[in-house]
Structure formats: structure tokens, C-alpha cells
Write a protein that binds this ligand. Structure first.
Ligand code: ZN
Length: 195
């Protein structure tokens, strides 16, 4: 079984994973992983809200999970899965053939409102998906979008400085309707014509 907690920045994805983790009595049956690319909470499944941090095995590729599991492993946690590389089918294999429970946490969209790297595939192989809203930074309603304040050079920036969750209305207010139109629609046209 694969369950993925997704949603914008600060929506409580890790807290949801920690709830599951804390509910499992025998911790010997659990392996916790984290992408080495996540330099913010390096090798930790960590929540400020819960003041809890669980040590994690740092990996770059899904294949590396196979080197760390043993005959006792029944449950796997992997937070910030959007930063992982490698063969995603490793997770499907472990779920289907090894009957493991796999809990994933990851951002579904970038701050330009595009699907985040391999997250569409992650969501496709998940048996269960929980899309958790955050609280809008500006108005307090449910926020499903991540906004980035400022200029950035890379499309995918690691860390959470300058990022915050917004609802659609407040995102339009902050970014401006024209800029959103340009940002979102021009990208689609370019992709379609290149095919
Ligand atoms: Zn709002």
C-alpha cells in the first residue's frame, strides 16, 4: 500500500506522516528515508509544530532503498519525495511484491503552479492520496497553492525561505492577473508546439 500526503508548503504533510509513525508500536519494522538533496532538514523527518525529529537514512535514488531494508521492514517513510531521483517502480515493487506500507510526503506543485517533477507519477502509483490544504498566509482560508516572493534563478529551489501558501484569490492579488496568464499559458503553448 502506498499513501501519499501532498499539498502546498506548510500544509502539515510531515505532521501527518509523524502521526502514522507515532502510531506504530514496533519501530524496528520501520525504515525512514529522506532525499540527501533536502539540506533544510538534513536526514531528519522533522516537524516544528510537533517539536519532533526522527532520524532518516539519506538517499538520492529510489534504488538505494533496497540496500537498507531487511526481513523485518514492513513500513517505509519517505518525506520530500519530490526531490528524489531514480526508478520510481522500486516503490510499487515493495508495495505489491513485498507487501510493505509506504508513506510518502511531497509538494504536488511548484510555486509557478506546475506539477512538481516526478510528483504526477508518484500520485499515479499511490493507492491513497491525501491533498492537505494549508492556511492562506494573507486571508486565512484554505490554501492549496505555494507562492514564492522574490526572484529565483532555478526552477526548483530547495529550502522554504520566501515560500508561503496562498489561496487562489490571494495568489492572483499578489502576482497579478496578467503575470499569471503569461506565466501559465505561455508555458503550455510552448510545450504543445514542441511535441
Ligand atoms: Zn487567501
Amino acid at each position: 500500500m502506498i499513501k501519499t500526503f501532498t499539498g502546498p508548503m506548510h500544509s502539515g504533510k510531515t505532521e501527518n506522516m509523524l502521526d502514522v509513525y507515532n502510531g506504530i508500536y514496533n519501530k524496528d519494522c520501520i525504515k525512514v528515508f529522506k532525499p540527501l538533496k533536502d539540506t533544510r532538514d538534513f536526514c531528519l523527518m522533522k516537524s516544528k509544530t510537533y517539536d519532533q525529529e526522527v532520524p532518516a537514512i539519506g538517499i538520492d535514488r529510489f534504488e538505494e532503498i533496497l540496500e537498507h531494508i531487511d526481513e523485518k521492514t514492513r513500513t517505509i517513510f519517505l518525506d520530500e519525495v519530490q526531490l528524489m531521483d531514480g526508478n520510481l517502480s522500486v516503490l510499487s515493487y515493495l508495495s505489491i511484491a513485498e507487501d510493505m506500507d509506504i508513506y510518502l510526503g511531497g509538494l504536488n506543485m511548484t510555486s509557478e503552479q506546475d506539477p512538481f517533477l516526478l510528483m504526477p507519477q508518484v500520485l499515479a502509483i499511490s493507492d491513497k492520496v491525501e491533498n492537505i490544504p494549508a492556511s492562506c498566509y494573507d486571508c486565512g482560508r484554505e490554501a492549496t497553492l505555494t507562492y514564492y516572493e522574490g526572484e529565483k534563478s532555478d526552477a526548483i529551489k530547495v529550502g522554504d525561505e520566501g515560500y508561503f501558501p496562498l489561496c487562489a484569490r490571494c495568489l492572483v492579488k499578489r502576482r497579478g492577473r496578467d503575470k499569471i496568464k503569461k506565466l501559465m499559458l505561455s508555458k503550455r503553448v510552448k510545450e504543445n508546439t514542441s511535441e
